[in-house]
Design a protein around this ligand. Structure first.
Ligand code: ADP
Ligand code: MG
Length: 297
């Protein structure tokens, strides 16, 4: 873990007099840890001038899970890609700012982004198989990530790969490491991709529809895993889904996207109990059948 993410407890004030002297200027916001990734009034525009994201703000702090929900095409993925410095060709950030670990990266070069991706901000997406080579055992691919992104010495990569998968609750780790894409289930492949994303111990993990294609049981296992990783690793999590129930299981805050804007944001329990926007109510009513209430604190 990098030093910037460590909070030190405020030094104890030894005498009462000092405490009183300190109290009037005490600012509670100093207890809030700074965001490790943020987009502020983010505008994303296509080369033909069409504006796709119209001033979205998202921020996540260490150990915090923020959910992004909204229908398909609402700008969730583009916002995430801007936070990863991987906007599709022809699209650009034309307004607002992107910050990673306190660094303004709005206009960072590809070279600068390469130093941040994986080590500060990492991501997993839908369809994990497409990110892996079909002919190479997944263990060798994970070792390669450990060597290149995490700069692990070659003689340590095997052991580090084992440890990582073990951490992710994978049983029979050695067997899994030897297998190829076609031999592994979708849930297992996504675990391998999560291991790769976490190889260099990033501060932020973005999971963009990462559990969408999986069956409900496997999806629930992965969400539980992400929830645990965030606590154990003090990981900041941005969880993107078109499905409110997914976000409700893991995130204490949620932002509702529609047409490239955040139309509602707040504590998940508040947004689910008392949605302020008709569109959020619509999203919620679509869920009534699944008993979303059980995710409320
Ligand atoms: N490469 C691209 N070129 C042009 N438009 C794009 C591109 N990628 C996404 N878009 C458009 O931007 C909008 C937001 O897309 P996206 O962020 O992928 O939505 P979501 O992830 O919420 O489904 C959509 O209208 C989509 O069609
Ligand atoms: Mg998307």
């Amino acid at each position: 873990m990098s030093e910037v993410r460590t909070t030190t407890a405020p030094t104890a004030v030894s005498s009462l007099g000092a405490r009183e002297a300190f109290a009037p200027s005490f600012d509670e916001s100093s207890l809030v840890r700074p965001a490790v990734a943020s987009a502020e009034n983010l505008v994303i525009t296509a080369s033909d001038g069409a504006e796709l994201v119209h001033g979205v703000s998202v921020a996540v702090r260490p150990g915090e899970a923020v959910g992004i929900v909204g229908e398909s095409g609402s700008g969730k993925t583009l916002t995430c890609r801007a936070l990863l410095g991987i906007l599709p060709a022809g699209l650009a950030v034309t307004g607002g700012a992107v910050t990673i670990d306190g660094q303004d990266v709005t206009h960072a070069s590809e070279k600068q982004w390469r130093r941040l991706r994986g080590t500060h901000v990492a991501a997993v997406f839908q369809d994990p198989a497409s990110y892996l080579h079909p002919a190479i055992p997944v263990g060798a691919q994970l070792e390669e990530t450990l060597r290149i992104t995490a700069r692990a010495p070659r003689r340590q990569t095997r052991e580090r790969a084992r440890e990582l998968l073990d951490d992710l609750g994978i049983r029979r780790v050695d067997l899994v490491l030897r297998q190829r894409v076609a031999q592994l289930s979708g849930g297992m492949l996504q675990r391998v991709l999560i291991a790769m994303a976490l190889a260099a111990d990033p501060a932020v993990l973005i999971a963009d529809e990462a559990t969408t294609a999986l069956d409900v049981t496997v999806q629930a296992e992965l969400l539980e895993l992400l929830g645990r990783l965030r606590v154990e690793r003090d990981l900041a999590l941005i969880l993107v889904s078109h499905d409110l129930a997914v976000v409700a299981q893991v995130c204490e805050r949620v932002q509702v996207f529609r047409d490239g804007r955040v139309i509602e944001a707040g504590a998940t329990s508040r947004v689910l109990r008392a949605p302020g926007h008709p569109y959020t109510r619509e999203l919620l009513s679509a869920h009534a059948a699944y008993g979303l209430e059980r995710y409320l604190a």
